[in-house]
Design a protein around this ligand. Structure first.
Ligand code: FES
Length: 79
C-alpha cells in the first residue's frame, strides 16, 4: 500500500489531502480546516499547495485584495 505522508505533525497522507480536495477544499487553508494539515509547524503547506495543483504562489498573492466596486453605486445616486 502506498502511504505518503504530507503532514507529519498530524499524520495526514497525500491520499487524504486529495480526498479533501475532491470534496471541495481548493486552498491550503480549506485543507487545514478539514484536517488540520499545515496548522502546526507549517512545513507541509507547500506540499499541500503542490497537491492542489497550483504550485507555490508568490507571497504577495496570499494577501487578500480589497473589493474595487464600492464607489460605483454612489456615483449613480449622486447624478
Ligand atoms: S508537517 Fe504539517 S503542520 Fe507540521
Amino acid at each position: 500500500m502506498d502511504r505518503v505522508f504530507v503532514c507529519s505533525c498530524f499524520g495526514i497522507t497525500e491520499q487524504q489531502v486529495k480526498q479533501h480536495a475532491e470534496s471541495g477544499a481548493c486552498t491550503p487553508r480549506q485543507i487545514a480546516s478539514a484536517c488540520k494539515a499545515g496548522t502546526d509547524c507549517g512545513s507541509c503547506v507547500r506540499r499541500i499547495q503542490a497537491l492542489l495543483g497550483r504550485g507555490a504562489p508568490p507571497r504577495g498573492e496570499l494577501v487578500t485584495r480589497p473589493a474595487a466596486t464600492a464607489d460605483t453605486t454612489r456615483l449613480d445616486e449622486a447624478a
